[in-house]
Design a protein around this ligand. Structure first.
Ligand SMILES: [Zn+2]
Length: 84
């Protein structure tokens, strides 16, 4: 397997993963939604995922960003700036 084929296979696999499962496990709280404070060890709501335990994958976030740019560039706007 050539390196280019391996990289292409990995990219297609990651794109399929981002399409099928857009949310991954929060690395900060490990899907519990809360984690202990550093000094007091009291459980607080996770700020990374806002307590949901899930985070949007980087590939999906990039896709959403590019899709929003494409939508904004191709959608007709009215005089006050709101899209139709
Ligand atoms: Zn979290």
């Amino acid at each position: 397997m050539t390196p280019l084929l391996a990289a292409t296979t990995l990219a297609i696999g990651y794109a399929a993963l981002c399409w099928a499962l857009p949310f991954g496990r929060c690395w900060r709280c490990k899907k519990t939604g809360s984690h202990p404070r550093l000094i007091t060890r009291r459980l607080r709501t996770c700020r990374r995922c806002k307590g949901s335990g899930l985070r949007l994958r980087y590939g999906r976030r990039t896709y959403n960003f590019l899709a929003r740019i494409h939508h904004d560039a191709t959608t007709a706007r009215t005089r006050n700036g709101a899209s139709r």
